[in-house]
Structures are given as structure tokens and as C-alpha cells.
Design a protein around this ligand. Sequence first.
Ligand SMILES: [Zn+2]
Length: 224
Amino acid sequence: MTKNNLPTCPACKKGHLHQAERIREFSPNGKSIQVTLLTTRCDQCSAEKTLASQQKENLARLAARKAHYGKLLMGEEILGIRKRYGLTQQNASTIFGKGIIAFSRYENEVTYPDDSTTLLLQLAIENPTIMKSLADKAGIELPLWAARCEDEQRVKVRSLTKVYDAAQASPRHQERYVQTGTAAHQVNNFAKVWFAHQVGTRQTMTLHDACNDGHLTAQRASAS
Ligand SMILES: [Zn+2]
């Protein structure tokens, strides 16, 4: 590539940007893990700029290092749960019973949480109600709790609609569709019958109370 084809540096407007690499180091479980990240660097002023395509590749490379982590969480997973609920690092640390700078250290992987904290974080990532209970016990509000419940509701209605659409194609299933209530209830009722039919045993459906009917879960009753 000739210099004329290279983008001009937005910082100094004189130099040109060249593809360059940056190494980030992590040390989970005492191992040294190096991830090579892509960037562009100016040949005049050394300013760096990461292009969107490079950022995408970098995220994939960072995610791939998870293979070396065993049960440990990566910094961005810990950052992710904190951001998900709109918490400050300090409040997140309090919720998990840690010193105020703990989350800052976890997110930058200066240190890794101990086994029991890792387990608790993992459970909170997988189950929003655990996150809510821990926050309630610590007397800390989750600023984005309501927003997250709405997200869950949207995902659930979407997936139930998919089940409905799929089974609509089959007359055998269609006849079991209960045509009552609001659109959302129709989907719920339909899913209820559909799941029962699929499993072939008596089923009861319970509405999860945490998100005000956000989750529809199947409970297998004894096949008597
Ligand atoms: Zn420059």
C-alpha cells in the first residue's frame, strides 16, 4: 500500500495511520495470557486509533482467552453485570460484601475474586433474582432493575411467539390453542397447552413473581 492510500492521522493531520499491534496481559490462575490487539498508529505523532473492524476482531480475541480461565470470570464479565444493573463499582463491591475498591480491581484483573465470590457472581449473572436478593440484603437499589425486567419480558414474549408460530403450522397443536384473553395471554395459554402436549405428562405453569409475570416456567407434575 502506498502512503497515498493510507488514512491521514486525525490528530496531527500530517502523518499516516498504519496497522499496529498492542499486547494486553492477563494472569488468571497464575498463568500469563497475552492477547494481541489490533490498532492503527500514526507514523508521525504515534497517536493510536482503533477502527471498528479492528475493535470487532479485538473483542473476539479477548473473548477467546476465556478458555484459559477455568472457573474464573474475565474482567469484562464482572464489568458487564455491574453495568447491566447500572451500579457504581462501590455499590457493586458492597453488594458482594467486598471492600470498596474490589470491583475496580476485578474489572481490571489486578486481582481475581476468591472462589466463593466468583461463585456468587456467576449465580448473579445467571439469575437476576439472586442479584436482586443480594442487593436488597445490602440495602442497595439496582438503578436499572425495572429496565432489565422489561428486557426479560420482551425476550420471553418473543420466544413464546416463536413457539406459537411454529406450532400454528401443525393442526394437531392448533386445536389446543386457547383463544381467550389478551394477545399476551393467548400466547401464554397456548404455550401452557403446547408444553403439556410436548412432554406428554400433566404440567403446571407458574408465573415467576420477580418480574411480575416476566417468566413462564414449566413444572413437571408426577405423571399419575
Ligand atoms: Zn499523527
